[in-house]
Design a protein around this ligand. Sequence first.
Ligand SMILES: Cc1c2[nH]c(c1CCC(=O)O)Cc1[nH]c(c(CCC(=O)O)c1C)Cc1[nH]c(c(CCC(=O)O)c1C)Cc1[nH]c(c(C)c1CCC(=O)O)C2
Length: 360
Amino acid sequence: MSLPTLKNDVFLRALMREPVPYTPLWLMRQAGRYLPEYNQTRARAGSFMALAQNPELACEVTLQPLQRFDLDAAILFSDILTVPHAMGLGLDFLEGEGPRFARPLRTEGDVEKLAVPDMSRLQYVFDAVALIRRELAGKAPLIGFAGSPWTIGCYMVEGQGSDDYRLIKGMLYSRPDLLHRVLEINAQATTLYLNAQIDAGAQAVMVFDSWGGVLADGLFQEFSLAYTRKVVQGLTRWHDGRAVPVIVFTKGGGQWLEEIAACGCDAVGLDWTVNLGRARQRTADSVAFQGNLDPMALFGGESAIRAQARRVMDDFGPVQQGGHVFNLGHGISRYTPPEAVSILTDEVHRYSVSKHSAPL
Ligand SMILES: Cc1c2[nH]c(c1CCC(=O)O)Cc1[nH]c(c(CCC(=O)O)c1C)Cc1[nH]c(c(CCC(=O)O)c1C)Cc1[nH]c(c(C)c1CCC(=O)O)C2
C-alpha cells in the first residue's frame, strides 16, 4: 500500500540543512498530561502501558497535539522503556511515581541472562507507527525514537528513576565489564528497534540520552557516547526514496558537543544551557540543531514566551540553510497551560519567516 505524499516536509529538510521557508517546531512530550484530551484517553486505557500497547489509542494521542497546535512533526506515542520491558524486566508505571521494573539487573547472574529481545515482542510499537503514518495522511512527518543504551541502562540497573545513580555508577566503577555487556546488548536491541520503526514508517528518529549528562568526562565518552555511536552507525539512513535524519539528544551534554556532533547523526538536540550560535561555531555548521527553550519559559506569560522564543532564534543567527528545528530543551511540563503552546507556535512560525530565504 502506498502512503500519501508528505505535505509538510519543512522539519525533515531543516534536519538535513536544506533551505526552508520558516523554522519548523515540535515539542518533546508534546502528547502528554498537560492536554486534557490526553488524560481522557489515558483514563479510558486504564494505565500508561495499556495506552502505549494499544496501537489505536497510541495513534489517537499521537495526533492530539497536531489537532490543537500548528506543529511540524508528530512523535510516536510510546516510551523509551519498552525495550527493557521486552527484555523481560517487567515495566510498570506507578501512579505519581514514574516507571519501575519488577526485575532490575542487580547481580552478575542477572546480567548474564540478559539478551537482545525478539522484535516481535515490540510489534505493538511497529503497528502503532504504521497506523499513525496512515492516519497522519501526509500532514506532517512522524518521528520514531528510543532511549540511548546508557539511559535505558540507568533504569534497568536502578529499577526506577534515581537522584544519584548510585547502583549503576557502583557497577560502572566496580565491574565495568558487566556494564559494558549490558550496554552492548542495549545497543544491538536499540539498533534493531529503531530500524524496525523506520521500516514501519518512521521518517526521522531520535535517540534520547537523557542521563548522559550525569557521567564524568571520559566516562561519558566510554559508557554513553560510544554506544549511541554504535546505534547511529547501524541505522537505515534511506527509506522509501528519502533520507531518514537521526537526532541525538544528550541532556546536560553541552560540554561534549563537538564529540556528540561527530557520532554520525544529522542533528544534535540541545538543552537550554547551550547558546545555539556558539554551538554552530563549535561544530562549524556540520550538523543541524534542535532546541532549546527552557520548558519553564512557558510559565512566563505571553510576552515572555514570545521574547524568549525570539531570543532562541536570534541566538541561532542567520539561517542560510535550514539547520534549526525549534524545540524545548527538555520535555514539556505537565502543568503547562495549553494556550502557552499556541503562543509559542505562532511566534516561531511568524518571526522565523524573515530569517529564511526559501519561498513559502
Ligand atoms: C527518560 C524518559 C522516559 N521516557 C522518555 C524519556 C526520554 C525523554 C526525557 O528525558 O524526558 C521518552 C518519552 N516518553 C513519552 C514519549 C512520547 C512522545 C512525546 O510526546 O514526546 C517520549 C519520547 C511518553 C510518556 N512517558 C511517560 C509519560 C507520563 C506518564 C503518564 O501519562 O502517566 C508520558 C506522556 C512516563 C515516563 N517515562 C519515563 C519517565 C521518567 C516517566 C515518568 C515521568 C513523568 O511522569 O513525566 C522514561
